[in-house]
Design a protein around this ligand. Structure first.
Ligand code: COA
Length: 279
């Protein structure tokens, strides 16, 4: 075994600019009267179309500006786009319209040359947005690029949670993550499912990843599954049923192949009960 903790890198030359920009973002988000749609549009316009910052509204309606440019400018305002969850029958419009500008900002930011794979800036920026989107967000939340949500407002996240690139967090029925949960690249966590007979028959069920859980690369966790403390879902597995504490489940459907050697005696080999969880 080789221990390879992450290295610390020296600050990049633009660090003071990034710090100042992030401070400005944080200050805006802290203002309860913030017009989030306008904020989203202004942030994106400054980053993507700086030439139009002063006269965005004029340019959108200016026949002399190419149609595609007008469309692209208009789409900086989240009120001019629709997101998939808005079509869901159970979407809570009041909650969703409140978080939608920040989701649109998150997704759009990730597609800019400035952002995307720019780890330090991206992680710090998303860490500012997350508490204003989620139902609950713990300390030191870390999300890499191209993470997607359903509603966003149905996410409950503990401390020291890491979500890697291209992860789908479908919180339609709700996702609850404990502390120190890690979700690896290209994993999918679902909390809704469809009837095999009638596609519009949708069941929402809260999916729970307890403390210390690791969902590894390309794995999928289906709606309503509970992965218990320190449980692990192997690469490309599909967890269709609960995963016992400290168990490593692999394959499709995911089954236990081992118990982690650090399992305290008596805690593994069973699912956590509501009493364990203090419920
Ligand atoms: C889940 C995982 C950690 C299991 O590793 P492990 O405990 O060392 O398990 P082993 O390699 O001894 O495998 C045990 C058995 O499960 C099988 N297996 C292991 N991982 C599997 C997977 N992802 N899918 C299907 N079968 C798998 C092995 O072939 C072996 O089967 P066998 O006994 O018939 O030979 C590993 O396979 C995995 O998926 N790693 C993903 C990468 C990772 O570590 N991510 C960490 C978070 S970023």
């Amino acid at each position: 075994m080789v221990l390879r903790p992450l290295r610390t890198l020296p600050p990049t030359a633009d660090a003071p600019i990034a710090d100042a920009w992030l401070e400005r973002i944080a200050a805006s988000l802290a203002d309860p009267t913030l017009d989030r749609a306008r904020f989203c549009r202004e942030v994106l316009c400054e980053l993507a179309y700086p030439h139009y910052v002063a006269d965005w509204a004029t340019a959108v309606h200016d026949a002399a500006v190419p149609l595609g440019t007008r469309l692209a400018l208009a789409a900086l305002d989240p009120r001019n786009v629709t997101l998939e969850p808005e079509y869901y029958a159970e979407c809570d419009d009041e909650k969703f319209q409140r978080v939608k500008p920040l989701l649109w900002l998150w997704y759009s930011f990730d597609r800019l040359p400035l952002a995307g794979q720019n780890v330090d800036l991206g992680v710090r920026f998303r860490r500012l947005l997350a508490p204003h989107i989620f139902k609950r967000c713990g300390e030191r939340f870390k999300a890499f690029q191209h993470v997607e949500f359903s509603f966003g407002y149905n996410m409950e996240v503990g401390d020291d949670v890491v979500v890697h690139r291209h992860v789908l967090l479908d919180d339609r029925g709700g996702i609850v993550m404990g502390n120190k949960v890690s979700v690896s690249d290209y994993a999918n966590i679902y909390s809704h499912t469809h009837s095999i007979v009638d596609q519009v028959d949708v069941t929402n069920a809260v999916t729970v990843l307890e403390d210390g859980v690791r969902i590894t690369y390309h794995a999928t966790v289906l709606a309503g599954v509970r992965v218990c403390t320190e449980g692990m879902v192997g690469a490309s597995a599909v967890a269709t049923k609960d995963v016992r504490a400290y168990h490593v489940n692999v394959g499709i459907p995911a089954k236990s192949v081992r118990v982690k050697p650090n399992a305290p005696s008596g805690t593994a080999d069973r699912l956590s009960t509501s009493a364990d969880r203090g419920e």
